[in-house]
Design a binder for this molecule. Structure first.
Ligand code: DQA
Length: 143
């Protein structure tokens, strides 16, 4: 089983970016923790970070036919990225939206997600462990 892990704009700056909000782990560290858990679960991950919405759309279109689900932190595209939303919806795959911070406890513009209505679910505010929870849920479908 292959699962796509998609990181949106500015997440390449994790580790130095607003540490009090997003935590001190770098994106590489989070990706390594995901890879370790994926090995334990016997699933394969294919990962992309991009600061460009079109690159995220290209990756989703190209890779989704081979995938069983998508874990995505869309960054600020969460709040307005309609072409990203359409690309995710077109896959018909289970999508889990992950946010390191609790977007519902932040500025008003962050409290709305254009992704959430087409997602299987959203994990928000649990830090890097939110990605692990998303992976466990996609990798171990309900019996
Ligand atoms: C974020 C929340 C977004 O509002 C923000 O633009 C990000 C990160 C999070 O993980 O908490 O880039 O998606």
């Amino acid at each position: 089983m292959k699962i796509l892990v998609v990181h949106g704009p500015n997440l390449n700056m994790l580790g130095s970016r607003q540490v009090a909000v997003y935590g001190d782990k770098t994106l590489n560290e989070i990706d390594s923790l995901l890879q370790k858990r994926a090995r334990e679960l016997g699933v394969e991950l294919e990962t992309l970070q991009s600061n460009h919405e079109g690159a995220l759309v290209d990756f989703i279109q190209e890779k989704s036919p081979e995938a069983a689900g998508i874990i995505i932190n869309p960054g600020a595209l969460t709040h307005y990225g309609l072409s990203l939303r359409d690309a995710l919806a077109d896959t018909s795959l289970p999508v889990i939206e992950v946010h390191l911070s609790n977007i519902h406890a932040r500025e008003e513009f962050r409290q709305q997600s254009v992704i959430a209505p087409i997602a299987r679910g959203q994990i928000s505010g649990l830090g890097w462990r939110g990605y692990i929870a998303a992976l466990e849920i996609i990798a171990t479908p309900e019996a």
